[in-house]
Design a protein. Sequence first.
Length: 148
Amino acid sequence: MSLSSVFNIAGSGMSAQTTRLNTVASNIANAETVSSSLDQTYRARHPVFATMFQGAQSGGSGGSLFENQDAAGQGVQVLGVVEDQSNLEARYEPNHPAADAKGYVYYPNVNVVEEMADMISASRSFQTNAEMMNTAKTMMQKVLTLGQ
């Protein structure tokens, strides 16, 4: 792995954490939205990440079970954003304007405390990737001054 690939890896990490922050913001913004039916109620969303690996290993066809674990990562990619399938909260509020015929109002399955913790984690991960880029830049600048 070259030092310049650190920029690609950190950049992909920053992009993934931006997606994570956006989904957390969407979840928090919709945490108290109500609906009169289960189908129309907002469900929490979560991004799915995967490691991007370098091309196939030069090796053989003999390979071990752990051959893929030795591959160097190239970064992270967002495979998609999935909806949380956990149960929604149904509250009996017959006087609520959005209540259904039985008097129930449905609230999203968003836990604001978990979302805030996820937001802090994503923010710190983004910051760590930015610091990695700055460190790599500093190292490259020091390499240029070695010959002087």
